[in-house]
Design a protein around this ligand. Structure first.
Ligand code: G3P
Ligand code: CA
Length: 733
């Protein structure tokens, strides 16, 4: 197996080098050691002009190559075919029909295969007019003069235009044009192009690449191209083991690039060059996955992204009230980030705010937008200046105090655990419901589980924690959800480490920082590590977000009157807020369940001690929950619903702790969105649970609809495809 010097993985990994930085950005952006596989293993993301700058100029013409060079592409991509008289020419299709006027000139020669025409005949053809007709916005009269070039003409032309320009040549299977590889190699040698940095070879044909491997110098890279069909159903590990025998990298269809794919490549020191990536949004998505270069018809766009700042991992809005919202974004390098918010999607009248993204927060940036109207849809547009890339999204503000409006929310948790890696389809199904907001019920990352972002867990450094959030934001489905509604995010244990107790865990502050860097969050919630907060949606719903981690006694402590999960202050706050709430529905967002035993025997992590499954377990936090339960009951606080994820199955439970036949509160459990799947165990009986539904073994999320007009609340559990598995109406008392 060859390993090119060009791909000096170990060096760039250890330095954590990223794509080109401007000198100004370098001053702020520390280069840090990261283990993430989701970053380039080269120090420059290559811009490969696909068929020349073929988005602007007719493909595979000298004009297209000239444009690519002008745009500062690193490579000009060439597809080669051979004429009847053995000349290598640059053309993509095996026939002349699509990109020339061959049908007019030679009407009797269908199917107009390249191999059936001599070079002299081919030179009669017009290789540009088709483009003028198809793309009038880019049409130019002179394109009608363009001819199909020979490889010799391409090389002569490119040499003249830029002596440093390099070629990225695709070969077909050896049996299509027997002897083509040898001929090509001889040809390049003669012209001084059979050199590292002058040429890369690519092919869908393994046979062609293996043939080339025998006859070219070791340091010239070979890239195995893949269509989705080629590797469908195959084990990625096997695919990469095989390619690594002869190739230095892979060129996948862009849809194949996922964190898992990147890990397979980068852990073998193989580069990834996806094709054909044309919009800036697509390019940014590929960059977030850590690709090492891209084939594009629009090289200027990737050239810009290599230089100027851009919004690197989508955007989010969160913690909306009736008059405010927090907007979140992350940039690729230190930059001023401009946020525009408007009621009108064309942004004619917008509120504009600018905030600097700095490396201390991993280039994440948040702004609070105030002065908004209640119950109103707002559009936002975010741009890292002076870059031109823009990210769009929208959210809805809460209804005004005392207002009653119908409401639909989605909730769920658990993403990236037990070997499950984005993308997670459930996020897309959630977005399709156009919810008023998304409650992310914790375990938004699994800092302590192995994924491509942190192959050697647990996360210890802040860079590890940040890498986990960035990994989940490579998910187009998550970005779709976050950019179409707002979020309230709560944390649970895996934002730090399994089953942790905040005051006793050394990683707490690191995990906390990353959590608050990567989710839109009001200062009053995130300052002093508080996190618990109340948000109101008019009189329809009050959301009480708990912080179940920062104040808890160790799980191993024996339960008793003095054992706490919430801490005295938070407990009193919750009771007071519940008592004062006029909302039709009270939703208490807890990151752990009430009567589903979690954690370990004698170190229970949720409220329940689980002594039903481990008799005489003296841990859990039942004494504290009993205080909440009694308070709700004695004060006749109605319509209280605890909502959580955490346990990796769905469960809908109602509680009658005093066994008087009246339901006092409910518990709504969904998940996982994207983590290992579990099965419902027996419930701890302490608080009188009655199970209405329980189902495991599937990715799922919850939907809560409140219809104040009909005095009804509906709870649903949907699978990742949006199919409803459970639905039940509950009267609002
Ligand atoms: O060579 C990478 C990419 O170009 C493969 O697709 O069909 O455009 O040659 P195609
Ligand atoms: Ca090609």
């Amino acid at each position: 197996m060859k390993k090119t010097e060009m791909i000096s993985l170990s060096l760039s990994l250890s330095l954590g080098l990223l794509a080109s930085y401007t000198p100004e950005a370098m001053a702020d952006d520390k280069q840090v050691k990261q283990q993430s596989m989701l970053q380039p293993i080269v120090d420059h993301v290559d811009v490969i002009a696909h068929r020349g700058a073929s988005g602007y100029v007719p493909e595979h013409t000298l004009a297209a190559y000239e444009k690519a060079i002008q745009m500062k592409a690193d490579y000009v991509e060439l597809d080669l075919h051979m004429t009847k008289d053995g000349e290598l020419i640059a053309i993509h299709d095996s026939t002349l029909a699509r990109t020339t006027n061959v049908e007019e000139l030679y009407p009797d020669r269908a199917p107009w295969s390249v191999k059936d025409f001599t070079l002299a005949e081919i030179k009669q053809l017009d290789a540009g007019s088709w483009f003028n007709k198809t793309y009038p916005e880019y049409a130019k009269k002179q394109y009608a003069e363009e001819k199909i070039p020979t490889l010799q003409e391409v090389i002569d032309f490119i040499k003249k235009k830029d002596k440093n320009a390099a070629l990225y040549i695709e070969t077909k299977a050896p049996d299509v044009y027997p002897g083509m590889e040898e001929k090509l190699v001889e040809f390049l040698k003669k012209n001084g192009y059979l050199k590292k940095d002058k040429v890369i070879f690519q092919s869908f044909s393994e046979a062609s690449l293996r043939k080339l491997q025998e006859i070219i110098p070791e340091d010239i890279p070979l890239i195995q191209l893949y269509t989705p069909k080629m590797i469908q159903g195959l084990n990625l590990d096997d695919v990469f083991n095989r390619a690594a025998e002869y190739a230095e990298g892979v060129g996948p269809d862009k849809s194949l690039v996922t964190p898992a794919f990147m890990q397979e490549a980068h852990e073998r020191h193989m580069i990834v060059h996806p094709y054909t990536v044309n919009t800036m949004d697509e390019m940014v998505e590929q960059l977030s996955l850590g690709v090492d270069g891209m084939f594009t018809n629009y090289p200027d766009r990737l050239v810009e992204l290599n230089k100027k700042p851009y919004i690197s991992h989508g955007a989010a809005s969160g913690e909306v009230t009736d008059t405010s919202a927090v907007l979140w974004a992350r940039t690729s390098q230190s930059a001023n980030v401009q946020f525009e918010v408007s009621e009108d999607s064309s942004f004619k009248k917008a509120i504009t705010k600018t905030e600097k993204a700095i490396s201390k927060h991993d280039l994440t940036v948040q702004v609070k937008i105030t002065g908004l109207k209640p119950n109103t849809i707002y559009y936002y547009r975010i741009q890292a200046l002076p870059g031109s890339h823009q990210v769009y999204g929208s959210f809805k503000t809460a209804p005004a105090e005392n207002e009653l409006k119908p409401l639909t929310i989605v909730w769920g948790g658990d993403t990236g655990g037990q070997g499950k890696i984005p993308p997670f389809k459930a996020f897309s199904a959630m977005a399709d419901l156009r919810p008023d907001f998304f409650l992310f019920s914790g375990d938004t990352i699994y800092a302590d589980n192995a994924t491509p972002a942190v192959p050697n867990p647990p996360s210890k450094t802040i860079e590890d924690f940040w890498a986990k959030y960035k990994e989940n934001r490579t998910d187009p489905y998550l970005r779709k959800l976050l950019q179409s509604t707002s979020i309230y995010a709560i944390w649970d244990d895996h934002e730090v480490i399994n089953d942790f107790s905040g005051p006793f865990e050394p990683l707490t502050s690191t995990g906390f920082q990353a959590f608050t860097d990567f989710w839109p969050m009001l200062k009053e919630r995130s300052s002093s590590g508080k996190l618990y907060h109340k948000f109101s949606w008019g009189d329809t719903l009050d959301l009480f977000i708990l912080n179940n981690r920062s104040y808890r006694d160790p799980n191993t402590k024996l339960d008793g009157q003095d054992k706490t999960m919430l801490g005295q202050e938070q407990l009193e706050w919750l009771k007071k807020e519940l008592l004062n709430s006029d909302a039709k529905v009270k939703l208490v967002a807890s990151s752990v369940p009430i009567s589903i035993p979690t954690g370990k025997p004698n170190a229970r992590d949720g409220w329940a001690n689980g002594d039903n499954i481990n008799p005489d377990d003296k841990t859990g936090y039942e004494h504290e929950f009993a205080k909440i339960s009694t308070f709700i009951r004695e004060n006749k606080i109605k319509n209280v619903n605890f909502v959580t994820a955490d346990v990796h199955f769905a469960d809908i439970i109602q509680y009658d702790p005093d066994h008087n036949g009246t339901v006092d509160y409910r518990e709504l459990v969904s998940g996982p969105i994207g983590a290992g799947m579990g099965q419902p165990p027996t419930l701890d009986p302490t608080f009188g649970p009655e199970r209405l539904y329980a189902e495991g073994g599937f990715f799922n999320f919850g939907v809560l609809k409140v219809d104040p007009g009909r005095k009804q609340m509906t709870v649903e559990i949907h699978d990742e495809n949006g199919k409803v598995h459970f639905q039940r109406d509950f009267p609002i008392e």
